[in-house]
Design a protein around this ligand. Structure first.
Ligand code: FUL
Length: 487
């Protein structure tokens, strides 16, 4: 028994020693941002172009880049990931690496520059998507394509201001010469570190883990400490889209991948890494604009459910909205973005526990319970040394109706909480209203509304000395209901 305990302690020490880098911490704070799929595919209404589309088809009559950015900001997104080049190899910026680019279309303007300027104007962070798979560049499939790709990275990373992420797609197929490319990932990564040291490299990269599906599906427990072997780009490529089908986009992750980071999953898993999850999905059935999808915008409840189970369950959410052929977001997409933003603002603006009396059953010397009133990173609460469980009590100034609780761990000290409950006081007794597992950066707990003057957060299991950076309680008059998924 004693020996077992010692082995466990060693394992736990190893798990909690894994913490985020500065760039991962900053990325995690963004929580929710947009994706933009636009290009020649938009005009052909296809998802994957093969590089043969004529450039003169890209001729938007009412290009309105600012509308994209403003609409995404209204949804409470903190940034956007601009689509620079998809698998067809068509470049949306003024590049010297190929003539297959936006400057040679009737539109004739550098779209990345326009998006970057709008991001500065509206205080939105800019991320860049660049597909390594390129179906039109003649060098693809040869070593010199790696030089071309580095030059493309150089152009987009030096000419358009600061970027928060470089998003590498896992899809990897043949070029027009039938050859497959051996990507020099290490060279790409080192180059990005040199040019934009604060940017995370996402998906086929070492900083941000792809959730494993494109449907908005999420795990029951999302852990940021996972086996380091998941970081290999080859591993991402194997799981990625191999052909262009709606089935793939709707497919949920395979069940063997459901548990990546529980204690059990990590025991004997070899080296561990901080590799946090991002969920990517689209507001429509496809990534690119298709007119016949104008009335197939995903229902609000479904999108809110995805938001609550990603941003509210230790994952960042990147939601794609495709501009139409004329160059703007259609009104149904804009309406949905507004509704998402209204929900987030209405529900989470006012923390009902802000003026509560807060007590914890133990506190580490440097972890003061008062810190959990605010989401800022100045302080945190931490249980006393040697403690694996804890109880925090919130006594409200008067009776409140609540149906949401938001918890945030201080992930600078790793992810520690494994099991917790929320209880509320009713007629002098404590009743349980929620039971949860992993918390991580943020956990949003939903439950039936209760009227109460006091609540408790009880941490039943943790990887020793649990922490909280924030604990808030809310009343949201609108509670999304989800029955079926449309994708
Ligand atoms: C996938 C691509 O194949 C899709 O077309 C889309 O760009 C999505 C974000 O990533 O791997």
């Amino acid at each position: 028994m004693c020996l077992e305990r010692k082995v466990m302690d060693k394992n736990i020490e190893k798990m909690i020693a894994v913490v985020p880098s500065e760039r991962q911490l900053k990325w995690q704070e963004l929580e929710f941002y947009g994706f933009l799929h636009y290009g020649l595919n938009t005009y052909l209404e296809i998802e994957w172009g093969d590089g043969s589309a004529a450039l003169d088809i890209l001729n938007p009559s009412d290009m309105d880049v600012e509308q994209w950015i403003v609409s995404m900001k209204a949804a409470e997104m903190k940034g956007i990931v601009m689509f620079c080049k998809h698998h067809d190899g068509f470049c949306l910026w003024d590049t010297k690496t190929t003539s297959y680019n936006i400057m040679n279309t009737p539109y004739g303007k550098d779209l990345l520059k326009e998006v970057a300027d709008a991001c500065v104007k509206y205080d939105m962070k800019l991320g860049l998507y660049l597909s390594p798979w390129d179906r039109s560049h003649p060098a693809y499939g040869t070593e010199s394509y790696n030089d071309v790709f580095i030059q493309q990275l150089d152009e987009i990373l030096t000419g358009y201001g600061k970027v928060f992420c470089v998003w590498f797609d896992g899809a990897c197929g043949e070029g027009k010469n039938g050859k497959k490319q051996r990507y020099d990932w290490e060279r790409y990564y080192a180059f990005i570190r040199e040019k934009q040291p604060e940017a995370v490299i996402s998906v086929a990269g070492p900083d941000v883990r792809w959730c494993g599906n494109e449907a908005g599906w999420h795990r029951a427990q999302e852990w940021s400490v996972v086996p380091a072997k998941l970081m290999s780009a080859e591993c991402v490529a194997e799981l990625s889209q191999q052909e262009d089908t709606e089935e793939f986009r709707a497919k949920q992750v395979n069940s063997t991948m459901e548990d990546l980071g529980s204690r059990k999953a990590l025991e004997g898993a070899g080296p561990l890494a901080w590799y946090p999850c991002e969920v990517d999905t689209s507001i429509r059935p496809g990534w690119f604009y298709m007119e016949h999808d104008d009335n197939r915008i995903r229902p609000l409840d479904e999108l809110l459910d995805i938001y609550l189970n990603t941003v509210g369950a230790n994952a960042n959410l990147i939601l794609n909205v495709p501009p139409c052929r004329e160059g703007y977001f259609k009104k149904n997409d804009v309406k949905r973005l507004n509704e998402i933003g209204c929900f987030i603002r209405d529900t989470f603006s006012y923390n009902l526990a802000e003026d509560a009396i807060i007590q914890a059953d133990s506190c580490a010397e440097d972890g003061l319970v008062e810190a959990v009133r605010s989401q800022n990173m100045d302080g945190y609460w931490k249980a006393a040394a040697g403690k694996e469980t804890a109880e925090l009590e919130f006594m409200f100034s008067s009776e409140k109706t609540i149906d949401y609780c938001m918890l945030m761990e201080d992930i600078r000290q790793s992810q520690r909480i494994e099991k917790f409950r929320i209880l509320y006081r009713t007629e002098g007794a404590w009743e349980e209203i929620f039971e949860g597992t992993a918390v991580g950066h943020k956990k949003i707990c939903r439950f039936e509304p209760v009227k109460t003057d006091a609540v408790k957060v009880v941490i039943d299991e943790s990887r020793s000395c649990p922490t909280l950076r924030f604990a808030g309680f809310y009343y949201g008059y609108y509670v999304p209901e989800v029955k079926t998924r449309s994708r």
